[in-house]
Design a protein around this ligand. Structure first.
Ligand SMILES: NC(=O)c1ccc[n+]([C@@H]2O[C@H](COP(=O)([O-])OP(=O)(O)OC[C@H]3O[C@@H](n4cnc5c(N)ncnc54)[C@H](OP(=O)(O)O)[C@@H]3O)[C@@H](O)[C@H]2O)c1
Length: 280
């Protein structure tokens, strides 16, 4: 595994597994199998309603707590719940997480960020992050944070490389964790002839080439999968290096286009929605 060092000195693996849209049964299975294959970074969220299952997957893997970098996210419904962090830890079955995000700039997100800072000071979150806080949101938070975040989690892939945002991140040493790293399974991204060409050169699949590109961009990558063969492939990306010329050819694919377009109306809806958490 390769690691990056965060702006607070903590190390984070560069590749892990994401669990968005995985049912509890699939999340438990994917997390357990990934960890048994050498993965050591797992990303979930209150809103995925699979935190208990992720916790089970970690315990079933046989790895000790210290061997896993566990990331989760507070949903806006929890930003003003003073017990939100403890309830999140209880669902996961751990007494700290390695990374705790606020998931969306919705509702009273500053209260949510204050909860992150408190959890950080108390050792319940070893690092903290903001998710979907591009543009005016990170600009506003910048003037208000007492502790700068270690991570931002945003959509990023070869069609959308977050060029503007990265200039702000560099000022604070904030690292980017890519969501939709494979375009959420979009066929056109994975079918780009360039990834097939580079895959043939290195003996890798197009998905593996894309994931290696993320890590060489300095991004941490958390592809989601319920397929054990894909999970194995997604972890097997660190034994080759794309050349500078190949990275430049991939850069030319950037269309500056997201797959996911969030509206202000959706942010209002996010603030009103409360996940129905797993009971057990
Ligand atoms: N903060 C946020 O708001 C936010 C939003 C979205 C996602 N996320 C996080 O980011 C993670 C990644 O995003 P994502 O899971 O939505 O999208 P993704 O990783 O870009 O794509 C997942 C899709 O790609 C397929 N896939 C995975 N590995 C593959 C491989 N080696 N070859 C071919 N197909 C492959 C998966 O299908 P199979 O199951 O068949 O492998 C699945 O359909 C999430 O799981 C979540 O943790 C965060």
């Amino acid at each position: 595994m390769e690691y990056i060092t965060l702006n607070n000195g903590i190390n984070c693996p560069v590749v892990g597994i994401g669990t968005f849209m995985l049912s509890p049964a699939d999340a438990e299975n994917s997390v357990r199998e990934a960890l048994k294959m050498g993965c050591s970074l797992v990303d979930t969220a209150n809103a995925y309603v699979n935190e208990r299952a992720v916790g089970r997957g970690i315990r079933e893997s046989g790895l000790s707590r210290g061997q896993v970098f566990l990331s989760t996210k507070l949903w806006p419904s929890e930003y003003e719940n003073p017990n939100a962090v403890d309830e999140t830890l209880e669902r996961l079955g751990v007494d700290y997480v390695d990374l705790l995000y606020i998931h969306q700039p919705a509702g009273n997100w500053l209260a949510g960020y204050r909860q992150l800072e408190k959890a950080y000071r108390e050792g319940k979150a070893k690092s903290i992050g903001i998710s979907n806080f591009e543009g005016k949101y990170i600009a506003e938070l910048e003037s208000k944070w007492e502790i700068a975040p270690q991570f931002i989690q945003v959509e990023a892939h070869p069609y959308f490389t977050q060029t503007g945002l990265r200039r702000t991140l560099d000022q604070y040493g904030i690292r980017l964790m890519s969501w939709y790293p494979l375009g959420h399974g979009d066929k056109s991204l994975m079918s780009e002839p360039l990834f097939a060409e580079l895959g043939r050169k290195y003996g890798k699949s197009p998905a593996q080439v894309i994931l290696r590109w993320h890590t060489q961009m300095g991004f941490v990558v958390i592809p989601g999968s319920r397929n054990v063969d894909h999970i194995r492939d997604n972890l097997d990306i660190l034994d080759f290096t794309l050349t500078g010329e190949e990275m430049a050819r991939i850069a030319a694919l950037d269309k500056g286009e997201r797959y996911y377009h969030r509206t202000d109306e959706q942010l209002v809806q996010f603030a009103l929605w409360k996940p129905e958490f797993e009971k057990r």
